[in-house]
Design a protein around this ligand. Structure first.
Ligand code: ARG
Length: 395
């Protein structure tokens, strides 16, 4: 019998996919990855069995997700098209890694997912799987089955006794994990429509945020956030805490018309309180601790890194080479940043570090200044020299 490992979320697509695969004669192993989607995984695992899964694996990947994927993106400063902190995109290679591991253990020759043929996630899953285990075959039901719309899927589910939560049916397609929430469909499909308040899952509307600002101190060790207000947190707790605080102050909403890999422009809104706060603090500390050349060079790396993540190219030589570069420049990124959260904004207001490159004795206009201003005269002459020879030509 053919055997496949299905990345199972418990939603409509993967539930119908599970049933469909069984009908096509596959033995189906359902894999539930916990990346902090905040759902009851025991219930979902029972649902998989009810639909016909031959075996179910549940794995808590939250720590690995944050420490091996999100922290790297944070250190790299990776944001896709200036607005997307890549929460969905970062989770895919990790889930793919475990799909492969389970397929090996179960001696399955296939892996499956419930992604549509129009999206990025199919690419991320399949590229990752093919790089980690080239022998594995992919079966992607949504690309090949006869069902043409969500309504037809619901009909299929009802006919085959697959439980669907149509009671509080949300018009949105939502992907949630610890690093953020991606929301599309419904009214959002018209780019002219302002995102309705009910689309947001974890952040408060600006008008409902507290009257007074909240001050927060984030401490980093070699580019990794370790403390909030002087208190040490393990990675998962730190991210959760900032999601909560940021959400309360309406921080981390973005609205993006984005360029998908498959050539489509799509509209997605995101909620990412924790990344918004952490990136802002991290960047602030970089301003203090990195020298000018490294600092000015880094954005090239950040945008390339974001593309690699978005494009599903996590398990590639360039990504790991960029990680080496980034880790090298993060060696000096130890220190703290003070932020003010207020009415949807996250504003850095203070920064300090034992290895700061800011030297008050050089910057000050007071009499304690150690900067020898006389030297500036010669510096300026030499700085301008190459251009002075060109002056006659450019006239
Ligand atoms: N556009 C995002 C990406 O490609 C998220 C995709 C999933 N979004 C969703 N609402 N299910 O990474």
């Amino acid at each position: 019998m053919k055997k496949t490992v299905l990345a199972y979320s418990g939603g409509l697509d993967t539930s119908v996919a599970l049933h469909w695969l069984k009908k096509k004669g596959f033995s189906v192993i359902a894999f539930l990855a916990d990346v902090g989607q905040g759902k009851d995984l025991r219930k979902i695992s029972e649902k998989a069995k009810l639909i016909g899964a031959d075996n179910v694996y549940v794995k808590d990947l939250k720590k690995e997700f944050i420490e091996e994927y999100c922290w790297r993106a944070l250190k790299a400063g990776a944001i896709y098209e200036g607005k997307y902190f890549l929460s969905t995109a970062l989770s895919r290679p990790l889930i793919a890694k475990y799909l492969v591991e389970i397929a090996k253990k179960e001696k399955a020759e296939f892996v499956s997912h419930g992604c549509t043929g129009k999206g990025n996630d199919q690419v991320r899953f399949e590229v990752s799987v093919s790089l980690l285990a080239p022998h594995l075959k992919i079966i992607a039901p949504l690309r090949i089955w006869e069902l043409k719309s969500r309504d037809e899927e619901i009909e299929y589910a009802q006919k085959n006794n697959i439980p669907v939560e149509i009671t509080k049916k949300s018009p949105y397609s939502i992907d949630r994990n610890l690093w953020g929430i991606s929301i599309e469909c419904g009214r959002l499909e018209d780019p002219w429509n302002e995102p309705p308040e009910d689309a947001y899952q974890m952040t408060k509307s600006i008008s409902d945020t507290p009257k007074n600002p909240l001050y927060l101190e984030v401490y980093f060790e070699k580019g990794i956030p370790e403390k909030i207000n002087g208190k040490k947190f393990i990675s998962i707790d730190l991210v959760e805490k900032l999601n909560k605080l940021g959400g309360e102050y309406g921080i981390g909403r973005t609205d993006l018309i984005e360029n998908r890999l498959v050539g489509i422009k799509s509209r997605e809104i995101y909620e990412a309180p924790s990344p918004t706060i952490l990136y802002s603090a991290h960047q602030e500390l970089e301003s203090l601790n990195l020298d000018r050349e490294v600092l000015h060079f880094k954005p090239t790396i950040s945008s390339k890194y974001a593309e690699l993540v978005y494009y599903g190219l996590w398990f590639t030589p360039l990504r790991s080479a960029l990680d080496s570069f980034i880790d090298k420049i993060q060696e000096n990124l130890t220190g703290a940043v003070r932020l003010k959260l207020f009415r949807g904004a996250c504003i850095p207001v203070g920064r300090k570090s034992p290895i700061s490159l800011y030297k008050k004795e050089l910057a000050t206009y007071g009499k304690e200044s150690k900067f020898d201003q006389k030297l500036a005269e010669g510096f300026i002459k030499i700085w301008a020299m190459p251009y002075r020879y060109q002056k006659s030509n450019s006239k």
